[in-house]
Each structure stands twice: as structure tokens, then as C-alpha cells.
Design a protein around this ligand. Sequence first.
Ligand code: F6P
Length: 327
Amino acid sequence: MSNKINCIGVLTSGGDAPGMNAAIRAVTRCAIYNGLKVMGIYRGYKGLVTDEIVEFKTQNVSNIIQQGGTILKTARCKEFMTPEGRAIAYENMKKHGIDALIIIGGDGSLTGARIFADEYDIPCIGLPGTIDNDLYGTDSTIGYDTALNTILECVDKIRDTATSHERLFFVEVMGRDAGFLALNGAIAAGAEAAIIPEFETEVDQLKELIQNGFRKSKNSSIVLVAESKDTGGAMHYAERVKKEYPDFDVRVSILGHLQRGGRPSAEDRILASRMGAASIEALLDGQRNVMIGIHEDEMVYVPFAKAIKKDKPIKEELVNVVRVLSI
Ligand code: F6P
């Protein structure tokens, strides 16, 4: 591919996240401001393969900064995982004169970008769009703050009924294999405990914690549980606690996909706008195959390989805060 970039394609991929629209808007407007042509690619990589590509002008992204979801739609595309699928995608890119791609999505989406960029020497820039906050090299991801606030709203409501009935609630939150939503959600909601895949939690530990609370006149408890294939999530813990400690009146609430919807928070809109603008500046600066991150309030470039290596650390300090504040 030639080094000169005249036209970019933008897509959203994987699970949607509040703030993706703000990111699409920022990418589109910043690119046009810099004299680039913008092509919106629908349904993530699927739209590259099936040629659902249209030119985006500034009006295409008007009145979307406040909307949840993604106007470009999103998908997880099996075909793009095959060399044949990517070959078709490349042909479609060429057909539309797209020289570079901006990919807004999570680790799966950036993994796809990395492979595609290597195979066809295409400049790709990623924006971390996922409620999970599990990408290495960025303090936050687009959608995380909004999802956290949604969790708080729900847990505050659950607390009302938990208190009235003197119950122990296990509230399951998303995060795939990462515990950021559960842990910070627990701190912000004043939950008694957080169960996250990064740190082991035994049922005995839970019992002690909860019983201590009840003894000290707490009449209800809330435990946030990160969804996890390994631990079995909230249901698993609830069943075990019920079986081993029948005195507790246990209930489970799985928050599910409502965590992915809603108007993006101010923080997510600002983050998405800054990252969108930074992605175009990065491209024009000659950056290739990096994810835009935020670290200490500065925009940073994180190579794809680092961003997706799945070991973003969780601070033990946060785990201690939940423990200490639940007395
Ligand atoms: O990655 C975002 C996420 O919401 C995860 O937290 C969750 O495990 C997954 O997507 C759910 O995916 P789907 O919408 O395909 O069920």
C-alpha cells in the first residue's frame, strides 16, 4: 500500500459500548478537518467482507454523541477470521480507495486488526471500545464508565429490596474474564464483597465476611460477582452459600446486557472524542498498528500486541478497600 493516506474507513466491532458513537463522530470529523475522505463500514469486519461501505460526511455523525450503541452497527464476524474472508475484505477496501482503518472495539477486534494489518500492510489504528476495561496500556476504555454507572444505579435499587427483606444478594456483572466492573462497582456501591476472576474467593471467606456484617447489625449484604466461565458466576456462589449456610436468605440478580446500553456518561464522551481525534493524528503522524490509550490523562500509543495480551493488572489495593470498608 502507498504511504499517503487520502481515505480512511471506520468500523465498530465486537460488543457495543456506550461512547462508540462519540468515537465515530470524532474520527469522522477530525479526518474531514484534515482533508481526508471517510468511509463508514457497517457491521464491523462483516461489512468489509460483504461490502456495506458508504461515504460519511460531517452530517452523518450529527446528533449521535449522546446516543448509546453504535450507528455503524456491530458484529462478531467468523468469515474475517479466515484468510479467504480477509482477502475479500482487502479487495473491498481497495475498491473504495480506503488506505487505512480505524477500528473501535475490544480485544477480539484489535486481534483481527493486527492480523489484517500484518497480512496486507494496512495502517490500522484501534480505539478501545469495550465496557470490560480489559485492554492493557489504557487506564480506561470507551464505555467502561457508563457501564459502571449503570451498575451503580441497579445495585442501589437492589439494596432497597435487599434491606427490606434482610437478604443476601449476589449481583452478577459483565466483564468477560476481567473483574474491573465488579471490583470498582463494589467499591462505588458500597457492596460487602466482590468476587473477581483475578483473585480466588472461597465460600468460607464469604461467610465470615457476611456473618460479621450481620453480627454488627447489618441486615442485608450485597456481593458483586464478575461473570466468569471459570468460577461459574453468581449462580454458582449463591448455590454453594445456600447449601452450606441455609440461614442466609439468598437471591441472585444477573444484570446482563442492560449494562451495555444507555446514554454515554460525560467521561465516556470526552474519552471517545479525545481518542477519536488522537487516532487521526496518529495516522497522519505515521503511526501504524497501535491502539490509542489514555494514561495519566495523556493520549498514548499502545502496540496491538501489548494491548491484547490479556494481563491488565488489577490493583490489590482496590480489593483491600472493598474488604476494609465492608466491616
Ligand atoms: O466484551 C463485552 C461483553 O459485554 C462482555 O462483558 C460479555 O461477556 C460479552 O460482551 C457478551 O457478549 P454477547 O453480547 O455477544 O453475548
